[in-house]
Design a protein. Sequence first.
Length: 233
Amino acid sequence: MVIEKGDIAGLIGPNGAGKTTFFNLLTGMYTPTSGKISFEDLHLNNLKPYKITDYGIARTFQNIRLFKNMTVIENVTLGFHKDIKYGLLSGFFRLPSFYREEKRIYDEALELLKRFQLDNKKDELAKNLPYGEQRRLEIVRALASKPRLLLLDEPAAGMNPNETRELTELIRWIKDNYDVTIILIEHDMSLVMNVCNKLFVLDYGTLIAEGNPEEVKNNERVIEAYLGRSAAC
């Protein structure tokens, strides 16, 4: 699989096809037993997750993984961890450099929340947000690490049709306003077909099709994987 810079690539396939496993391999949560994963000029196979984040890859999760008992803005400031410029001594003794850096991070986090219309919820606990806003907050936290590759794992899961439409526009907005490539895992085909310029289809861990949405939609192997052999005949 080759993802080009600037793509919004969709990764689709039946349940159990290996889509989230693919994300876990990309982000260092799993180590591949064979093959090679490259990002720009880097080989990712044996890197720890924190190093992969440092190199510009961020993700959201199929099941929301916010710090639910922390506030909205605290969740976002955590996303800036790799950009913190004060050292251990400054933090321990609360030197002026510590307070300057903490204020900078807070201000950047607040600005990011404003862009996603969550600044008015900055002091609320993450667990008290409506479901759609929790999804949006997880994307904001991922963007706080300033990624060049953003991985979205079923961002529309559990959303109603109106929230899904808003998410579709949000993904387009991110693409237009950030220099970021996006890989999207999603079961909602209306979202995938509307927002992705390229699709990859997995079935039992094997890539069975790739191409633009129209090509993939009419691919017999894809129809068979989703609906069974009789539907493809």
